[in-house]
Design a protein around this ligand. Sequence first.
Ligand code: FMN
Length: 387
Amino acid sequence: MASTWPKIERRVEIVFVEQKYRIRPQIQSPNSHPRRNRQRPSQKEASHPQRLRLQFRRPSRTRSLETPQKQTDYTKLNFWTDLAILLEKENFHALFLADILGPYDVYKGPHNHGPVVTSAAVFPVNDPLYTVPAMAAVTKNLAFGITASTTYKQPYALVRRFSTVDHLTDGRIVWNIVTSYLDSAARNFGLSTQVEHDERYQIADEYMDVLYKLWEGSWRDDAVVKDLKNGQYAVSERVRPINHQGKYFTVPGVHICEPSPQPTSFLFQAGTSKSGREFGTKHAEAIFVEGQTPEKVRPSVHTIKNPGQQKYGCDPESIKFIAAINIIVAESDETAKVKRDDLASYGNKEGTLAMFGGWTGIDLSTYSDDEDFRFVKMPAVQSMIYH
Ligand SMILES: Cc1cc2nc3c(=O)[nH]c(=O)nc-3n(C[C@H](O)[C@H](O)[C@H](O)COP(=O)(O)O)c2cc1C
């Protein structure tokens, strides 16, 4: 490994060649989640054991999933495959992986990545999607919830990535739709600051429209025939361009992947602002809610269910809720406490303060220890602060 800074060389410029598509009549797209609007063939429902059964089971006498020491091996493939095997063995329905696109650099900032680099507070961050095919290869039923943002990448690229893993997992992919909340990400995607909060949800809404058209409206279910005798893989008349022309996106063409088992990924969402809730009730099949007790979780569930009922006419019971809690499993309370203390001993104050800075956008280093603290502007992730 080099002990000096590597020389940064000029890279070869990549030129994208525009493809010309044959224009066909505009297709009708579903204006909300397709699984809520139409029934998929029952055979497909039967072949996907995870769908809408996302309650997490209590693991029986499991050993600790990973010790903090083991977590430093996260760059090794067997870290992920061992974890997947363990979760499947213990009857977990799904593994969820969060993702962010920049460092939490507000604390002692601005633009200070130092504390997160030292403490590994959600940094470095590899792309979680690439771990999925390996985990799928060693499991049969475990589903994979992968976070991806609608704010910085084009829908045409994202739909390809998720269709590919939906094929490779035989329909076990879940997408956690986020709109992102970090200035550090915005800057590295070429913006001087983030797109305004509510506009991020408007972009996300059109994004979903494009995805539903590509996932559900571009290829007919019977398009792929694999007729080797007659030299025909798929019937071209059964594959059509989506001709999407909207405020934020222009996607004229056909979906670059053939229909995968779902084909629309199972959809998670976690935004709990007003526009986040509206988006969730329109698109999500499962919503993350914060709160460590039923009393704290209940109001969020009620508020999210109500607008859903009124505005989109969907059955509120069709939305599942996932409450985020930390559970430490052990044979007895005492052993659990020992485990908890051991975990806590790896805690890092600077890293924690840096994470608080990322979630809230507030730099606590500018406050003295006994100064009164109040939120005067909206935190970046509201639900993490208000619960
Ligand atoms: C439990 C939970 C998990 C989240 N995970 C992520 C994540 O992995 N990546 C991300 O960019 N945002 C994540 N978020 C943020 C939200 O999805 C959302 O983009 C953000 O909170 C702004 O939306 P809001 O103002 O509607 O809450 C998470 C939020 C919650 C409550």
